[in-house]
Design a protein around this ligand. Sequence first.
Ligand SMILES: [Zn+2]
Length: 429
Amino acid sequence: MKQTRNKDACFFDRESETMPWEKKRESLNRRFLEIFQRAYQRSKTYEKRFRNAGIEVRDIRSLEDVEKIPLFSTRDLVEWQRQHWPFGGIETLDPKEFHRIYINAGLVFQPGASWEFEDTSWAEALCAAGFRGGDRIINTFSYHLWPFAFILDESARRIGATVIPTGAGNTMMQVRIMQMLEINGFMGTPAFLMTLMQRAEAMGMNLERDLCLDAALVSAEMLPESLRGRLEKKLAMTIRQAYGTVLLGCIGYECGEMTGLHVPHNMLVEVIDPQTGKRVPEGAAGEIVATNFNPSYPMIRMATGDLSILTMEACPCGRTGPKLRRIIGRIDQAVKIRGTFVHPWQADEVMSRFPEVYKYQVVVTREDHSDVMTFFVELKEEPGRESVLKGRMERDIKDLLTVKGVVRIVPKGSIADHHQKIEDRRRWD
Ligand SMILES: [Zn+2]
């Protein structure tokens, strides 16, 4: 039977999570200076990079100076790892002191946490999602090679929950385990949760009666609101998402209020303009850059390639500090049209102005040696005056994207279900 959850007890470290922002910022400032100095003194790659950028230890005196420090991406890390096996020389310990080597996609190596560091960012996310001590959680992320399942496993242990390390696959057995062990928590991708539910239904189960699931933390892929709604309704449970990377930790997580993604108290997050590398004003979209405080394998200003908006708006849950509104896409999904970058989220912004729109797709083609951007649009209902709507849309496209676009209203069902938001059909010989 399902238990009713006490929604108040949803903090991992209430004091740190709810302290006034000024105080939190002071603590971030202190920890940032510590990690910067440690990296400078003990990591050969950071030392070389900082010197090449003309930065001395004394040049970085507070968070105000953070923008002087160069950014790096996964691509840089791969390059450094080819030069200094296996960790790229950013580690501050002898590589022999790490007790695991994890393998990430693209053969990016990552040392298992050393004895001295406890990353609590995912534990914070679990508590905010409604998990607490005594829960029984299946962890359906793969334990094979990748670090993420282990990181979540450790985090669940930290909050006093019991983990069943089911890993990915074998859905029929997973459903049986959920029923027999009265599992009440799920960690995995939203798509895998859906797969498990479909499997349980196919096995003749009544999801609400036969299963005890009441909280899920999903990550590693986007959670469309339509999917969240379907799952929550089917299972009478709450589903919260967390965003992060294995190298950095959790960068943002939802609380019960769902006002955005709270940045964990031990994570420094900036949102920058990918073109200039400078911070964008609060409320503007840009690339997420994060710094963690792992003393043995610090990530200092790692650019994630993900786009979001940072806000300092207060949340009724009581957590303080910045939030990310949501993840709005990847910078590499942008397409250059007539010399201007167009991001999928910008196209969304235009189309969200028209409640008549059911579905749309942007297709870029080449005609007479020039780029043509066409918005194929399906409407919820037949339009009264198609040409008026089309005209308004084309005007807004030009205004917001600064590139001319053509709108074509197409019958419902013309656009495939799993379509790329911006499809580039240009052929270059
Ligand atoms: Zn909140």
